[in-house]
Every structure is written in C-alpha cells, then in structure tokens.
Design a binder for this molecule. Structure first.
Ligand SMILES: *Cc1c(COP(=O)(O)O)cnc(C)c1O
Ligand code: SF4
Length: 463
C-alpha cells in the first residue's frame, strides 16, 4: 500500500571489490510490495513478479471467481450469465488488492462482474456513447478535435473495467467485430494530415500488443514530422505493473522521444509500491505520466477518496489530468453519479490541495461533442469595469481587471455583492476564516511588540 512507498529506500551495501552489483538478483525481501490473496501464497516471487505469469494466470472464469470471493446465489447466477456476454480478466496482482471481506470493495467493484450489469439501460445508456465510430474516417481512428486523433489499436486489456466506455470493442465477446481497424491506413491518415500534432494510441490497452505491433505504431508515428506528441493510453501501471519490468517495452517507448503516458488510477489503494516502480521506469525513460480517473459510484465518489487519490498520485509523480464523468455505456448505469458530485469534489480540491493534484472534471458529450470541462463558478457577478469573484475559502472580492482606479462609490441603497459592484465595499469575508485569523494574530503580535497602535483591518483587501 502507499504508506510503504514513502519509507526511505533500503541502502544496499556494495561488496568490496565490485563497483556495481549485478542487477539480476531477485528483489530483496525488504522490497515493499502489496499483499497476495491466499490462493497464490505458494507462488514463487520470480513467477509472481513475471508479467507473463500474471497475464497467464488472470482470473478469467466465473467458476474461479466463486472460489476466490464470496457471492450470494443470485450473484453467482448473474455472473455466470454475464460470462457469456462479456470477457473477464483480473491478474492475480490486481485481484489481490481486493479485500475479500468487503463486498463493496472499490477494486472489486471495478473488476468483478455485478448483477447490476444485467439491468439493461437504467437511463440512456448506449453501446457507443461518444459516437466514436461516427467520427472515424478510417476504421479504428477517431478524428474529432482539430489537432489530435485517437487510435484504437487492440481490443485486449490486462483487466476489463466493468464501466469501460469502449466495452463494445474491449469487454464484449466478439465486440471487436463492431470496431474493425486498419493499422496501415490509420498511420497513413495521420501522415497525410499535417494539422494533427498529437496522437493517442489507445485500445484496449496498447501495452498488451505484441512488441512488433507496438513498434509498428510507435516507430511509424515517431517518424511523422508534424507529430509532436504520442500518448499511450494504458492501465498497465495500475493492473499489471510487472509488464514494465520488460526493458524491451520501456526502451521502445523511450527511444521515440515523443511519448507521454496516459494512465488510469481510480482509487488510492491502486497506488502501490509496484505501481510506483512501474511509473518510475516510465519516467526514467523520459515519459511524463498523466492520469485519467473516472468518477464511479461506490468506488471514488467522495471528496475524501479523491483527495487521497490525487495526493497518492503526486507522491508517485503522476499528474491528475482528467476526472471523467462516467459515460452512459450499456451495463454501467449503476456506476453513474449526478454531475453535482464531480463539482462538489472539484470544489473541495481546487485551492485546498496542491494545484498540481487537481484534475479537470469533464463530461464527454453525446453526439461526439467531446470533453466539456465543468466545475464550480468563481465568477459571481460583473459590471462594465469590474468583476466580483470568490475564492476557495468563500471570500468574495471586487476585482478591477484593467487596473483603472475604481470610480467613486455610488450612493444607491444596496448590499451584498451589489455593494461590491457599487464600490461600497471591496471584499466580503466569511466569519472564522482561518487565514485571516492567522493574519490578525500576526498583527496583534506586531502591535504588542512595537506598540504603535497600527493595526490591520483584517479584511485581506490590502496585499
Ligand atoms: C479525449 C480525446 C482526445 C484528447 O483530448 P485532450 O483534451 O487533448 O486530452 C482526442 N481525441 C479523442 C477522440 C478523445 O476522446
Ligand atoms: S483498461 Fe481502459 S480500455 Fe481497457 S477495459 Fe479498462 S477502461 Fe476499457
């Protein structure tokens, strides 16, 4: 878990006579790592840490699930019938992050099928909620925004997220047929469109591609001069971090020089020592890492969880980039929150935690409208020459953006925000503001020591 990642690194003594240790030794027993589900307690560390072993031993069948976690008879019937419709895959590493005692565990909710998926449309859920296929000039490529394009390069993921926006291609059995692709034409389209400067290699998870196929995309796209940025959209650092112990993958990506990683942590418990090490590898290869989280009911729809997540991400140097409102995808209605929940969360983040840790909350609009940022309002009112703003503390401030001297105060009878606009006050401060209490204390101390009677008005209007 994340607390162990903040403990000081163990210092390894260098035996005399050698300058460097061989790095093919097994990890020392003090390497921090996550717990394992008892079902895999006999597995050797070498196997456990091997991504191939993890991928091959992913939980893929309802009958395995039933042995590993407890379910009600109704749930068992539901997950058996869901099995026919949707793929299931949970690598033992990710599975072990589930608390087996907690039926509402946030890792379990993301990865284990739920009877609620069978409810059908709760509201307006659709197969392709973002109309990606309609904005697709070449099979597999979505060109929606002026200077960037998105490539669906595979339908395979290391773990199938039950709320996946693209589950029509990824999680649905045979779903790939509905989103075909043509790798060469996708690359040719980008080469032929100099207005495209940024390409997202997505899927599915492109880090599940055979290395030759990944190299095909990375090398051909890197060679296109008008491409400045190539993003890899991957949940591998979260669900199969062992994959990044494969130097071949990291070197391929690092050599490009254009790669940015776009990953997908949804809960602070996913920020493990293993995920930390995987991200470090990517960073050492010169790749900045940004996070997309999805706002999910029961998983991360509280301010507390989101603060913990954003802070945990900063500790592993992953920048929270977007917080997505959950898309109306078929069988994921039970994950959707009201839009107000996202606004409430941003209200509690912006100003309250490091600005580096505050994502942009976005709703991906239907009909291919794309991402629309939403958040609390900070502009409260306005006049010809001024605006009234409020900050995260609830302080309301009359601001003159052009720097012109404010005109004389109007004598009209008014109050509140209007009084600010009429020049009768400059600021309204909520009672008990801790920052202004600190200011008042400082002023009182200064008064006590020099005794000149000068005092601050404590309203914060003078900087
Ligand atoms: C999200 C998305 C992008 C990238 O958008 P940014 O705001 O630049 O991160 C590009 N194309 C499609 C189709 C997308 O959905
Ligand atoms: S990793 Fe991404 S593409 Fe794959 S199932 Fe999860 S959300 Fe969908």
């Amino acid at each position: 878990m994340s607390e162990s990642s903040s403990s000081p690194a163990t210092l390894v003594a260098i035996p005399s006579g050698t300058d460097f240790r061989d790095d093919d030794e097994p990890p020392s027993p003090t390497t921090p790592r996550s717990r394992r589900h008892p079902a895999w307690s006999d597995i050797s560390d070498a196997e456990w840490n091997d991504w191939r072993w993890q991928a091959q031993h992913a939980v893929r069948h309802a009958k395995q699930l039933v042995e590993l976690l407890s379910f009600s008879p109704d749930e068992i019937r539901a997950i058996q019938s869901l099995e026919a419709q949707y793929k299931l895959a949970i690598p033992p590493y990710y599975f072990s992050l589930i608390d087996p005692e907690d039926r509402l565990d946030p890792i379990r909710l993301q990865s284990v099928p739920s009877p609620l998926e069978l409810l059908g449309a709760v509201g307006a859920e659709e197969e392709d909620p973002l109309d990606e296929d309609k904005d697709s000039p070449v099979p597999g490529l979505t060109h929606r925004y002026p200077d960037r394009a998105l490539l669906v390069t595979t339908h395979v993921c290391t773990m199938y997220c039950r709320f996946c926006t693209r589950k029509r291609a990824t999680m649905k059995r045979g779903g790939w047929d509905s989103v075909s692709r043509d790798d060469r034409r996708m690359v040719e389209y980008i080469a032929g469109h100099p207005e495209i400067h940024d390409v997202i290699i997505s899927g599915g998870d492109p880090l599940t591609l055979p290395i030759e196929k990944l190299a095909f995309f990375v090398e051909n796209l890197t060679a296109i001069p008008h491409l400045d940025v190539i993003r890899i959209g991957t949940r591998v650092p979260v669900t199969l971090p062992q994959r990044l112990d494969d130097d071949e993958v990291v070197e391929l990506l690092a050599e490009s020089g254009k790669i940015w990683i776009q990953t997908h942590f949804n809960h602070p418990r996913e920020v493990t020592p293993e995920a930390d090490r995987a991200c470090k590898k990517l960073r050492m290869g010169g790749m900045p890492i940004n996070n997309h989280a999805v706002l999910l009911k029961g998983v991360n729809d509280s301010l507390e969880t989101q603060r913990d997540l954003c802070r945990a991400l900063l500790r592993i140097k992953v920048r929270p980039y977007y917080l997505f409102h959950c898309d109306p995808v078929t069988g994921a209605g039970h994950f959707r929150t009201p839009v107000w929940k996202g606004i409430e969360i941003i209200e509690g983040l912006r100003g309250h935690i490091s600005g580096l840790g505050v994502p942009t909350y976005v709703v991906d609009a239907p009909r291919g409208g794309g991402k629309i940022p939403l958040g609390p309002n900070y502009l409260l009112s306005a006049s010809n020459d001024s605006v009234v703003l409020r900050n995260y503390e609830g302080m309301i401030i009359h601001y003159h953006p052009t720097g012109d001297a404010p005109g004389p105060a109007s004598s009209v009878e008014t109050q509140g925000v209007s009084a600010l606009l009429e020049g009768q006050a400059e600021v309204l401060v909520p009672e008990g503001n801790p920052r202004l209490r600190r200011r008042a204390l400082k002023a009182a101390k200064a008064n006590g020591s020099n005794g000149n009677g000068h005092h601050s008005n404590g309203d914060g209007a003078s900087h």
